[in-house]
Write a protein that binds this ligand. Structure first.
Ligand code: MGD
Ligand code: MGD
Ligand code: SF4
Ligand code: MO
Length: 731
């Protein structure tokens, strides 16, 4: 069957049957079904409304699920949830199609054939838990506790994977974060002592570089940005090699040459300092290193940056002056995903430094500090194992890794090389490195190196596809989650929880229950001797009213001061001030001020491949969602018309994209929305797993082509450093 037929048939199936397959467990009549039901019953439906928080991406927007007879009919935004400003995005609405997806994992599955061959045997839960526990015990005996790796994605249950790893004795825990934001976090942490929340709503002037807030949704920033522009006249300047939706709505867009943002920022600093546009009292009182910075940026003139970035020198100088004129209610938007270049930490340090010069820290329209919401940790005493490795497998391979996140890419290389010791077991929860770590072949090699891999997911992701044991997980609308503190600029510092909206479908179980059962089989039961309700009580021990308020409103706010909370407080940096010049970096032999090195020149007849978001897709995990699939059925390669002409490629042609690590085929989309030297494709397509019927074999996998470079300071992936060749295929 051709892919298009396969796709059509599943879509028709959704339309016609209203999820008959899910009917065995109860399913809503999505789309067509809803319309018919409305026509037949004009009265308001007798739906029960239940609060929850969306989990279609990390934002946790507040929602109200409308439920009838144990079936979710609709998901609505929660108007009391200030972080999401009463919004539930397209993906949030499409949560229904995730829960009731006929492709969902239904039972524990044990691999029977070769890895990736897709031969599975259904086994009972008891047997699955016994096996997981027994394999973990074997790995620990044979290779020490650090011989087992634990990976968990963005989720409230991930902390239980961390707890399990710690009591089991392994230091080897990785998360999605070293494929996402750790270099940016590093930069701001090392400048301000903490990671800021931008006060977008009250800002008068925002430079957005390497971020795409109107497609890569971050709440409340995405909504606040629109409000600030429409209602408060905030000016938005976007630097992006692509004409994104954010670029299209900006006052000014510059298709910056990829990898040159640091030159732009240092030139902005050059103008602000050279023309004395900063507040001298602020700089004197709050910052450290203005003399060194002044000396350092002398060389980075707007003229210099113009040559590097392809942005006119006058524009750079004017933007610097305008930023300074609007200060402190102006900012270089800190961004979110910074997994782009090998000097990402230093690039983002340049962003942080300009913000330092604008004096916007802790002030309206600037960068805000995190506020306490009153939620507490639940401590425990982990056992100590003498017979163990000394440190993580990726330790000391990059200078400033985050201890709890590590670096997935450095870990993967270390596992492949047994350097400095073997790792042969892997437990993976709610993260899909096969779909989100660059160089997919290397991840396959890593899976092949393992004695035993257990994956807990809601779907047969590509990572699950290569595992030994696959355990079906509850979705966010079925499980009981611990409380979580959320921050979102001025909008909120709040606490949320998730209660089950419906009974769990099929045999799905929560990660907590799985960890608890495995721990019980391994004499580690005492560390999981509690329920989620008890855990929540401990978390909210200092805000006992919170649980009741969350039952009533779906969210709990602990009012606190928003601005000026650093008055009289010291910054958590070596100088106890905002570090324009970083003292710790100096001690460690790293550049205390960011030094610009031009990016490697794109080789002749090649292109730089960059990635980015679309409002209908979350990383690798929603391309199999039947509702979202209707909006984005496949991916294409964005190619500039001049480049296409020189290659003899026409819009819609089948092209091959190849790098030093892999090749893929997809249709070309010839568009002026991208620079001549750059190409782009969406992520999450062409999954290997045939149990993802809409994304399997559909379009191209960017991970197959992306090379696995990483940031020199943190080990965060750098995913914009791959050069590809594009050739026309004779279709
Ligand atoms: N719809 C949707 N929303 C999401 C997510 C999602 O998957 N889908 N994911 C969430 C997550 S986990 C994250 S981390 C955030 C990510 O949020 P962002 O970091 O804002 O999102 P990206 O799309 O990765 O944005 C990177 C942009 O940088 C551009 N770019 C590439 N190279 C350069 C360069 O050298 N310089 C400059 N100035 N720009 C460059 C790319 O073209 C792209 O538009 O989004 C969050 N929100
Ligand atoms: N090619 C490419 N790579 C990327 C990115 C990209 O845009 N493109 N983005 C980068 C960024 S910013 C990030 S944050 C990371 C994210 O990387 P990942 O953590 O791998 O994120 P997802 O791709 O969303 O994969 C989440 C996995 O969790 C599963 N899942 C979803 N809901 C549930 C649930 O309720 N329970 C369980 N058990 N499983 C569930 C999904 O089926 C999927 O397999 O990827 C990074 N890498
Ligand atoms: S941004 Fe969209 S997908 Fe993400 S949590 Fe909010 S509603 Fe859900
Ligand atoms: Mo991310």
């Amino acid at each position: 069957m051709s892919h298009s037929k396969q796709k059509m048939s599943r879509r028709d199936f959704f339309r016609a049957s209203g999820l008959v397959a899910a009917g065995a467990v109860g399913g809503p009549a999505l789309l067509g079904g809803l319309t018919k039901a409305r026509a037949a019953t004009p009265a308001a439906p007798a739906w029960e409304s239940k609060f929850s928080a969306c989990d279609m991406c990390f934002n946790k927007c507040g929602l109200i699920a409308q439920v009838e007879d144990g079936v979710i009919k609709k998901l609505d935004p929660n108007p009391k949830f200030l972080k999401s400003r009463g919004m539930l995005c397209a993906r949030g609405n499409a949560g229904l199609a995730q829960v009731y997806d006929p492709d969902r994992l239904k039972h524990p599955l044990l691999r029977k054939g070769e890895r990736g061959e897709g031969k599975w045997q259904r086994i009972p839960w008891d047997e699955a838990i016994d096996m997981a526990a027994q394999k973990m015990e074997e790995t620990r005996k044979k290779y020490t506790p650090c011989g087992h790796l634990f990976s968990a994605g963005s989720d409230l249950h991930s902390q239980f994977v961390g707890r399990f790893a710690e009591v089991y004795g392994s230091f080897n825990v990785t998360s999605h974060e070293s494929l996402c934001l750790v270099s940016g976090n590093r930069a701001f942490l090392d400048t301000y002592g903490e990671v800021p929340f931008p006060d977008v709503l009250n800002s008068k002037y925002i430079v957005m570089a390497g971020a795409n807030r109107f497609e890569a949704l971050v709440t409340p920033d995405s909504i606040d940005l629109m409000t600030a522009m429409r209602e408060h006249g905030c000016k938005l300047v976007t630097l992006d090699p692509r004409y994104t939706k954010t670029a299209s709505l900006s006052d000014e867009w510059y298709p910056i040459k990829p990898g040159t943002d640091m030159a732009f920022m240092l030139a902005v600093a050059h103008v602000i300092i050279g023309e004395k546009l900063y507040d001298p009292q602020w700089i004197e009182e709050k910052t450290y290193g203005i003399e060194q910075l002044t000396e350092h940026v002398r060389q980075y003139t707007p003229g210099f940056a113009a040559e590097e970035c392809g942005i006119p020198a006058e524009a750079i100088a004017r933007i610097a002056r305008e930023l300074a004129a609007a200060a402190p209610a102006s900012m270089i938007y800190p961004g979110r995903r910074t997994s782009d270049y090998e000097d990402s930490t230093q690039i983002r340090r340049a962003f942080a430094i300009v913000n330092g010069l604008l004096g916007n820290w802790d002030r309206p329209g600037g960068l805000l500090a995190a506020r306490a919401v009153g939620l507490k940790g639940v401590p425990y005493d982990a056992p100590w194992y003498d017979e163990n490795q000394e440190d993580r497998i990726d330790a000391d391979k990059v200078p400033m890794m985050f201890e709890h996140e590590g670096s997935f890419l450095v870990t993967r290389d270390s596992v492949l090389a047994d350097d400095p010791y073997p790792v042969r077991g892997w437990f993976i929860y709610k993260t899909n490195p096969m779909g989100t770590a660059p160089n997919r072949r290397k991840t396959i090699e890593m899976m092949n190196k393992m004695d035993f891999v257990t994956v807990v997911d809601i779907a047969m992701s590509d990572t699950a596809w290569y595992a030994d044991l696959v355990l079906p997980s509850q979705s966010y609308l079925e499980r009981l989650d611990p409380c979580s503190g959320l921050q979102g600029s001025v909008a909120c510092a709040c606490v949320v929880k998730r209660d089950p909206i419906i009974d769990p479908l099929y045999e799905s179980r929560s990660c907590f229950d799985i960890m608890k059962d495995i721990a019980g089989r391994m004499d580690l039961g005492e560390y999981f001797d509690f329920t989620i309700e008890e855990f929540r009580k401990k978390q909210t021990r200092e805000i006992p009213e919170a649980l009741e308020v969350m039952d009533r409103d779906g969210v709990y706010y602990n009012p606190s001061k928003v601005y000026g909370i650093y008055e009289g407080r010291i910054y958590k940096t070596l100088s106890k001030k905002i570090e324009l010049y970083n003292q710790r970096y100096e001690q460690m032999g790293l550049d205390p001020l960011p030094i610009y090195t031009p990016p490697t020149k794109v080789p002749k007849n090649q292109f730089r491949l960059v990635l980015g978001r679309n409002a209908m897709i979350t990383q690798s995990s929603t391309t199999n969602n039947a509702l979202l699939h209707q909006f984005i059925p496949s991916n294409t390669l964005w190619l500039n018309p001049d480049a296409a002409l020189s290659l003899g490629i026409k819009d819609g042609d089948l092209v091959e994209v190849s790098s030093s690590v892999g090749r893929q085929e997809l249709r070309a989309e010839v568009t002026k929305k991208i620079r001549k030297d750059t190409v782009f494709m969406l992520s999450g397509f062409n999954t290997l797993s045939t149990m993802q019927s809409l994304s399997h074999g559909n379009g191209a996998s960017i991970n197959e082509v992306l090379e696995d470079d990483y940031d020199a300071v943190t080990g965060n992936a750098s995913m914009h450093t791959t050069f590809v060749t594009v050739t026309r295929k004779v279709a």
